[in-house]
Design a protein around this ligand. Structure first.
Ligand SMILES: C[S@@+](CC[C@H](N)C(=O)[O-])C[C@H]1O[C@@H](n2cnc3c(N)ncnc32)[C@H](O)[C@@H]1O
Length: 211
C-alpha cells in the first residue's frame, strides 16, 4: 500500500467520460436519490462544491435547485462533457480543473462540499485523511461524503474473492465509525446517512455538520 496519490481513476479521455455519463439508468437514479435525500438534511446552503464532479450529474442537479455550484475534477474530458450537459440543461455551474487534494479555495469558501464516489478508491488511510482534511477545510457548514460499507454483501464477497483467488480489491470500504472519527478530528459531527439498506447496498452517503 502506498500513501502516494493515485490518479489512475481520473477520467482524462472522452470515451471514459462518455461511458460514465451513460451509467446504468437504475443505478444513476438510485445514486441521485441518495444525494437528493442527503440534501434534505442541510440548511442554509447557497454555495456548494461538488468534488469530484465527474461529468457533472450532481452539480447540474444542485444548480437546478438554485444553489451556486462549483464542480472540480482533474479529468479534462469529464469537465468538458459536464460543461456541455450543464449548458444543455440551462444551468450555470463553474467547472474547474483542480486536484481535490490541493484545492485553491480559502477556508470555509463553501457552505457545503459533496464528495461522491471517490473515497473508496483510496486504500491508504493516510490518503483518505488527507482528502477529508481538504474537504473539511473548504466547507463552512456541511460535508457530504460517500463511502463503501465494509459489512455489505458486496464488500464481503470481494474480500472472500481476494482471499480465495488473490483477485485485487479495487474498492476500499470504510466503516461509519472510521469516517465519523476522521470528520470529528476536523470539527464535524454526523447528521444523517442516506442510501438503501447497507447490508445489500454498499454505497452510503454520510452527511456531517460543523460543530
Ligand atoms: C467515480 S467518479 C465520480 C464523479 C461524480 N462524483 C459522480 O458521482 O458522478 C470519480 C471522479 O474523480 C475524479 N478524480 C480522481 N482523482 C481526482 C483528484 N485527485 N482530483 C480531482 N478529481 C479526481 C475522476 O476524474 C472522476 O471523474
Amino acid at each position: 500500500m502506498t500513501d502516494d496519490i493515485s490518479y489512475a481513476r481520473v477520467k482524462f479521455d472522452a470515451e471514459s467520460a462518455r461511458t460514465y455519463s451513460q451509467r446504468k439508468n437504475g443505478k444513476h437514479r438510485q445514486e441521485m436519490a441518495m444525494i437528493e435525500d442527503a440534501m434534505r438534511h442541510v440548511q442554509g446552503v447557497t454555495r456548494m462544491l461538488d468534488a469530484p464532479c465527474g461529468v457533472g450529474r450532481a452539480a447540474i442537479w444542485l444548480a437546478q435547485q438554485g444553489i451556486n455550484v462549483t464542480g472540480v475534477d482533474l479529468g479534462d474530458a469529464a469537465l468538458h462533457l459536464a460543461a456541455t450537459l450543464a449548458s444543455a440543461a440551462g444551468v450555470q455551474v463553474a467547472f474547474e480543473r483542480q486536484d481535490i487534494f490541493d484545492l485553491p479555495y480559502s477556508d470555509k469558501a463553501f457552505d457545503a462540499t459533496l464528495c461522491f464516489r471517490l473515497l473508496h478508491h483510496f486504500e491508504s488511510p493516510a490518503l483518505r485523511s488527507r482528502l477529508i482534511n481538504e474537504l473539511c477545510r473548504v466547507s463552512g457548514k456541511y460535508v457530504l461524503i460517500s463511502r463503501i460499507s465494509p459489512v455489505s454483501v458486496t464488500s464481503l464477497r470481494r474480500r472472500l474473492r481476494f482471499l480465495m483467488s488473490g483477485k485485487a480489491i479495487k474498492q476500499y470500504p470504510v466503516s461509519a465509525r472510521e469516517l465519523h472519527a476522521e470528520l470529528a478530528r476536523n470539527g464535524f459531527e454526523p447528521v444523517a446517512q442516506t442510501g438503501r439498506f447497507a447490508l445489500f447496498h454498499s454505497l452510503q452517503l454520510q452527511v456531517y455538520r460543523k460543530k
